[in-house]
Design a binder for this molecule. Structure first.
Ligand code: SF4
Ligand code: SF4
Length: 115
């Protein structure tokens, strides 16, 4: 569930507002997004993936955290934009698809039998 927007990092691109499929954000003062409807979050991580400056944190739980995280905690634990980093989005990062070894093609092709 979306937990945090860093107003320090945000560059007001409004991308997270546009890509969120359930309209969780409103634009606040200075075009910095506000988590206006956290309960509508689907934990899809799309906003975090699209944020160009790693200003968002989506926790991997469907329920809100019991204690709202602070920016200091998120920065110290390298959590802001951590999912985006995991999937390799962002300059200089290795895309997850490039290192994925899941044998997908073997699962969709028919089994080859020796004659
Ligand atoms: S995780 Fe998905 S549903 Fe939740 S705020 Fe981000 S884009 Fe919206
Ligand atoms: S995508 Fe990131 S930089 Fe852009 S408005 Fe949202 S939080 Fe700010």
């Amino acid at each position: 569930m979306i937990e945090f927007v860093s107003s320090d990092r945000c560059v007001q691109c409004t991308m997270c507002v546009k890509v969120c499929p359930t309209n969780v954000f409103d634009l606040g003062a200075n075009k910095i997004p506000i988590i206006a409807r956290q309960e509508d979050c689907q934990t899809c991580f799309i906003c975090e993936a699209y944020c160009p400056v790693d200003a968002l944190y989506v926790a991997p739980y469907a329920d809100p955290l019991e204690v709202a995280p602070t920016e200091e905690h998120l920065v110290d634990n390298h959590l802001l934009g951590s999912w985006r980093e995991t999937i390799g989005w962002g300059k200089g990062r290795i895309k997850l698809a490039a290192i994925d070894t899941t044998p997908f093609i073997d699962r969709i092709l028919p089994v080859r039998r020796l004659e």
